[in-house]
Design a binder for this molecule. Structure first.
Ligand code: AMP
Ligand code: ZN
Length: 479
């Protein structure tokens, strides 16, 4: 196995992954807060985590990955109370939508999906542990974490807390870096809001305690990897460290990964700014699931990704290029035999692909390795040097790449229909149709009728009708 290097926010260095339990990587990722549909900024983070999962597994590692679903927080409580329904009823719809969205863009389900409301006991037990060790104090029925008690506070986000006034408190779950203060572990009930009756009193958990409790419940006191978007490093992850390490005295997570944001016109895509798209918004406009997955994975996770129409079109044609290539491999009648230089070329692409992902999940370089192979193999086919065993080998390599990329299976229309999107324009772009028609012409003049027929079928399956005129010109239209 090649060494896998990841950028650890905690040390600000590339570090080689070395799991606590050899052969098994234990990962915790902060999941969605289910008070609305997740937007594609959220999904950028979840896609990067999916690439991490799939790559680790492709390297022979087992995974134990927990993702939480925050189904109780400030916004959920307010919205559910406003709608006059229970938290469960309110969040159920968004949890299901999240699972459907995940499936649409081929995100694997983590081994454990943990709902906050089903782990209140674990949170209470962890708060009790912190109480026993003197990390907490009570005020107006709420329980706060005293950050002055944890000298390492700030080690992840590198904030300076030296001038901080001890005892200053913050009640909301999300706050700015320059507002570092004691935070609520347990919040006193408010009139009309849902609360739990527990050993530490009535109330509800803060957001941060949820992740510490569920992570350690399933993964032990020290995780291999904890991941989320950059906005979570402070205060959320800083507070998770304070809670977990305060309670256990051990390192909470060996590696912390933070994905950069998806931007729209230079600003973070976020619900509060109102500049967001959900996957559903884009499906309704005719975008395909594979286009969105490709776009989100194409930029390495530590670089910001600017969401543009141009980017969408490029992602779509990249996916088409890969799919056309694999169809060509599967349907062309190549001469029997194995052209050795091509075997070495394919092997090099595989090595480069793995090396790129092992270098802090550099998806851009990994994709370049794939597209360079596609280009070289296509030109070998055009020159006539590509042989049948090369095709078999290249198909295997493409399948290996796709175990991580997950964009090759032609199932966009099917998925969209299942989700109720039948209106959108999911047609093959005109340039793609024309490129295939050209290829079909070339196949015909090379008397490769099997290939020519396969292209006709591919076009027909994509809803394109060909009309061959007597003079050899080809006209086409959408069905
Ligand atoms: P939330 O539901 O707000 O807790 O967010 C779920 C995940 O999406 C977290 O890991 C966030 O860091 C991440 N996230 C939120 N906005 C963006 C964005 N614009 N780009 C990338 N990730 C984001
Ligand atoms: Zn979390």
């Amino acid at each position: 196995m090649i060494p896998i290097k990841l950028h650890n926010t905690l040390t600000n260095q590339l570090e080689t992954l070395s799991p606590v339990h050899p052969g098994e990587v234990r990962i915790y990722t902060c999941g969605p807060t289910v008070y609305a549909y997740a937007h594609i900024g959220n999904f950028r983070t979840f896609v990067f985590q999916d690439i991490l999962r799939r790559f680790l597994r492709s390297q022979g590692l087992r995974l134990l990955h927990v993702m939480n679903v925050t189904d109780v927080d400030d916004r959920i409580i307010v919205n559910a109370a406003g709608a006059g329904i229970s938290i469960r009823e309110y969040t159920e719809k968004y949890i299901q939508a999240f699972l459907d969205d995940m499936a649409a863009i081929n995100l694997e389900q983590p081994e454990i999906l943990a709902r906050a409301t089903e782990h209140i006991d674990d949170m209470v037990a962890l708060i009790e542990k912190l109480q026993n060790k003197g990390f907490t104090y009570k005020s107006d029925g709420s329980i706060y974490y005293r950050i002055a008690k944890f000298p390492k506070y700030g080690k992840l986000s590198r904030i300076d807390v030296s001038g901080m006034q001890s005892g200053a408190r913050v009640d909301v779950d999300r706050y700015e870096k320059d507002d570092a203060r004691d935070f609520a572990l347990w919040k006193a009930p408010k009139a009309g809001e849902h609360f739990w009756e527990t050993r530490i009193g009535p109330g509800r958990p803060g957001w941060h305690i949820e992740c510490s409790a569920m992570a350690m419940e399933y993964l032990g006191e020290t995780l291999d990897i904890h991941a989320g978007g950059v906005d979570l490093s402070f205060p959320h992850h800083e507070n998770e460290i304070a809670q977990s390490e305060g309670a256990t005295g051990h390192l909470f997570s060996k590696i912390w990964l933070h994905g950069e944001h998806l931007l729209v016109e230079g600003q973070k895509m976020s619900k509060s700014l109102g500049n967001f798209y959900t996957l559903r918004d884009l499906f309704a406009k005719g975008e395909k699931p594979s286009t969105l997955r490709f776009l989100l994975l194409s930029v390495p996770y530590r670089r910001q990704l600017n969401f543009t129409e141009d980017g969408l079109r490029q992602a779509q044609s990249s996916v088409e290029r890969l799919r056309t290539f694999i169809t060509r491999l599967k349907t062309t009648n190549f001469p029997e035999g194995s052209y050795e230089p091509m075997m070495a070329r394919i092997k090099r692409a595989e090595t480069d692909f793995d090396a790129a992902l092992a270098d802090d999940l550099n998806t851009a370089v990994a994709l370049a390795a794939v597209f360079d192979l596609v280009r070289d193999a296509n030109s070998a086919m055009d020159r006539g040097t590509f042989q049948q065993q090369n095709a078999t080998r290249a198909i295997a390599a493409m399948e290996k790449f796709d175990a991580v990329l997950a964009v090759l299976t032609v199932d966009d229309d099917e998925k969209l229909q299942k989700m109720g999107f039948t209106q959108g324009d999911t047609r093959m772009p005109a340039e793609q149709v024309e490129a295939l028609i050209e290829e079909r012409k070339a196949a015909k003049s090379a008397r490769d009728f099997q290939r020519a027929d396969a292209i006709r079928k591919q076009l027909s399956d994509s809803g394109i009708i060909l009309e061959d005129a007597k003079d050899g010109t080809v006209r086409w239209k959408y069905k």
